[in-house]
Design a protein around this ligand. Structure first.
Ligand SMILES: Cc1ncc(COP(=O)(O)O)c(C=O)c1O
Length: 409
């Protein structure tokens, strides 16, 4: 039995009728950009999130960029963010002309350790970007408190957590802005690129409308420097067709996660959730001593896995100029060397999940973990490669070479 990391074809076949109808409606309408489908999706998504405004844009990366600009972030400003994230979170900060100021993660939940932020705040800090990674939201209350005390805007990166909640508030609706990605494999995915920004600020909304459309206030009149970042009518219609299923899909992701956790909790480190913020499991990420060897074992058994992410942003070549070195973000670096993302998508069958569990347990029987409490081993340099018995520095271990289809990442 083959277990893929994701499968957009199964997904399309299940919802073929609704999706085909949506696409055909747009093709027959003659409207392709900034038309009625986008307006409808923006309203439906705002209602779902419980916010006043949503603007559709071209990608999650640009959603973060647009939110930063709308929040007033400019060249030379600092933005506090984690290094343990998809690189586009950081690219968007660079695109806005600002500098990322990295803080470490909580080793249990993999999201921003919010207790580290205050020490990093300076006069140059113009935004904080909590990233709700793998479907798990960050602790938002301390961030709201910082926002009140310092007046620094909070921009939530919700790319991996659409539909997640914190004390029943939707992810994206708590900060000043929420930035979403509709990349195909996301919890709510388009059939191409797409993104959105939500906000309760009327002023912010009006700026976003201009910024995504060449800075234009009315046709051929440009109040500020904007870009072209619009969610097209076809993607908006597809997203409207799928939005009603999001809650159900997220519930299935949680069921899958529970089955994995039940089967694996005595073998590897399984995900830990924040009590009042259940994860929507965009990814199901385990942690283990012999990660690379386990990934190879699973691939040999027909199971595709990925690493999100093998090299943290502060150790990427592009961000070396920020001057951080190995050891500066110990929890981030340790996670990078030990994490593995298992297949996770709503259409995954129980048989497939059980096969993944079985194969991981088989591997662990042969290669027992030293400890499955992520807090036990706090030194990021103490990983031992099972094949060589050599102590390896996890940040320097290349990811195992599995190339998924480009729409899966
Ligand atoms: C955490 C995070 N932020 C931002 C993005 C960027 O989204 P997009 O690929 O739609 O530009 C992604 C997508 O991979 C992501 O996972």
């Amino acid at each position: 039995m083959h277990v893929p990391f994701g499968n957009m074809q199964i997904h399309y076949n299940q919802f073929k009728q609704e999706i085909d109808q949506a696409v055909s409606r747009v093709l027959n309408s003659g409207y392709f950009i900034l038309g009625p489908e986008l307006e409808r999706f923006e309203q439906e998504f705002a209602q779902f999130l419980g916010v006043k405004h949503v603007i559709g844009c071209a990608s999650g990366t640009e959603a973060i960029y647009l939110a930063l600009k709308a929040a007033g972030v400019n060249s030379g400003d600092d933005v506090i963010v984690v290094a343990h994230t998809a690189i586009p979170t950081i690219s968007a900060i660079s695109m806005a002309g600002a500098e990322p100021v990295f803080v470490d993660i909580d080793p249990n939940t993999y999201v921003m350790d919010v207790s580290l932020i205050e020490a990093k705040i300076t006069k140059k800090t113009k935004a904080i970007v909590p990233v709700h990674l793998y479907g798990q939201m960050c602790e938002m209350e301390p961030l709201v408190d910082l926002n009140r005390r310092y007046g620094i805007p909070i921009i939530e990166d919700v790319a991996q957590a659409t539909g997640a909640t914190y004390k029943l508030a939707q992810a994206g609706s708590i900060g000043d802005y929420g930035a979403f990605s509709f990349y195909p494999s996301k919890n709510l995915g388009a059939f191409g690129d797409g993104g959105a920004v939500c906000t309760n600020s009327q002023e912010g909304y009006e700026r976003l409308l201009k910024l995504r459309n060449y800075g234009q206030s009315k046709r051929y009149y440009h109040d500020e420097i904007g870009i072209n970042s619009r969610l097209d009518e076809i993607q908006a219609a597809i997203l409207s067709a799928q939005l009603p299923y999001l809650v159900e899909w997220n519930a299935r992701r949680r069921q899958i996660a529970n089955r994995y956790t039940e089967g694996l909790k005595d073998s590897v480190v399984t995900p830990v959730e924040i009590e009042h913020s259940p994860s929507v499991y965009h990814l199901y990420v385990i942690q283990t001593d012999n990660r690379n060897a386990l990934q190879k074992h699973l691939l040999d058994k027909g199971i595709q896995t990925l690493i999100h992410y093998p090299v943290p942003a502060h150790l990427q070549k592009a961000y070396k100029y920020r001057g951080l070195k190995e050891g500066d973000l110990p929890h981030t670096e340790k996670a990078a060397g030990r994490i593995l993302s298992l297949p996770m998508f709503p259409e995954l069958t129980d048989e497939q999940i059980d096969k993944v569990i079985f194969e991981i347990k088989e591997f662990i029987k042969q290669n027992p973990n030293k400890a499955i409490d992520p807090n036990t081993n706090t030194d990021p340099n103490t990983n031992i490669d099972s094949n060589t018995n050599i102590v390896v520095n996890p940040a320097l271990v290349p990811a195992n070479s599995f190339t998924p289809p480009t729409s899966i990442r």
